[in-house]
Design a protein around this ligand. Structure first.
Ligand code: SF4
Length: 332
């Protein structure tokens, strides 16, 4: 079911979206929408079938809170014009972060661009795939064209469009910009099948990245979260072989890798609804309160992946949420 607030009609993006959707209900505000969803006592998957389009009152641009021990993160800033996504990755922290699974989009993007006009942190990257999947609903929102056109005139900062979807039709129809990186999160197909439900499959993601590179887009590779399944090494090696034998290595801007991490609350919520082995391994609680694999296992996984990647070239590789001593042991 689709819900809107009346005031989206006052915005260009609201009118654009309304021309593509029908059969919607008007609600007073976001809180009424959430109340309607919650009253129905839906499963998380069924909550995800609902969409909301409204006007954002708060800030669009946020800074990622990061424990000072973690170093080298590139996604320090992120945009929040969109929350949640219809996919169901069992490790997705949004399940615990928001009180519901429904998709939300805010149409007053003029306000977002005003905020960005005032953002002057030269050299930083702003991600738009931290509380959402950047591409999955782009056929409805067409937001990425607006973002790319804005960042075309900002050579002081970068935009990251991050996704597990191959919904790239709109991207193929506009000129790429050097200030934009389209990042795909890649996982072996065996892991997609078990833990990334509903997402585009590995071949589709690689093909989407390949097509975008062909028309001039810069691509980022994200291998995060790495999941320690049996035969982990074989699965990840096969995946890397597929990626690097297809993509143009010169147009890969950077590669981010990270291990599975999650809060206890997420584990509880997932296990209430789904039977999964995702959370059962040698786990410890980190300084940020998140559970993650024991350090020796993380280092082993990162080393295997980094060394394999290095067989294909010299890339800018970074670790997600790891302290310096882990970096030192991985990048020897
Ligand atoms: S694609 Fe991203 S936002 Fe969507 S469920 Fe998976 S991890 Fe969460």
């Amino acid at each position: 079911m689709i819900f809107i607030t009346e005031d989206i009609k006052n915005y260009k993006k609201g009118q654009e979206i309304l021309s593509k959707i029908s059969d919607y209900k008007v609600v007073k505000d976001k809180n009424e929408f959430i109340e309607i969803i919650k009253k129905q006592n839906l499963s998380y998957i069924d909550e995800k079938k609902n969409m909301f389009f409204g006007v954002k009152k708060g800030k669009f641009l946020k800074q990622y809170y990061l424990d000072k021990n973690f170093v080298g993160i590139k996604e320090e800033y992120y945009l929040t014009y969109e929350n949640n996504c219809p996919f169901n990755c069992l490790y997705c922290y949004l399940r615990d972060y928001y009180q519901h699974g429904a998709y939300m989009f805010y149409v007053n993007i003029e306000d977002m661009f005003l905020e960005l006009d005032n953002f002057k942190e030269k050299g930083s990257m702003i991600s738009c795939g931290i509380v959402n999947d950047s591409l999955v609903y782009d056929n409805i929102t067409n937001i990425n064209s607006d973002l790319i056109n804005y960042f075309r005139n900002r050579d002081d900062i970068k935009l990251e469009i991050r996704s597990k979807s191959n919904n790239i039709k709109n991207l193929l129809n506009i000129d790429p910009s050097d200030s934009v990186i389209v990042s795909f999160t890649f996982s072996p197909q065996e892991i997609i099948d078990k833990y990334e439900l509903g997402t585009s499959n590995l071949d589709e993601r690689i093909e989407a990245a390949y097509k975008l590179q062909n028309i001039g887009y810069n691509i980022g590779i994200r291998i995060d979260p790495i999941i320690a399944v049996t035969d982990f090494e074989i699965y990840y090696n096969n995946m890397l072989e597929k990626i690097f034998s297809t993509l143009d290595r010169k147009k890969i801007i950077n590669i981010g890798i990270g291990g599975l991490r999650y809060k206890k609350g997420l584990k509880k919520k997932v296990l209430k609804e789904v039977k999964t082995d995702l959370f059962f391994n040698e786990i410890i609680v980190g300084i940020d309160g998140k559970e993650r694999y024991f350090k020796p296992l993380r280092i082993k996984m990162y080393r295997l992946i980094v060394n394999k990647i290095r067989e294909y070239g010299n890339f800018d590789i970074y670790l997600g949420m790891e302290p310096k001593y882990v970096w030192d042991e991985v990048f020897v």
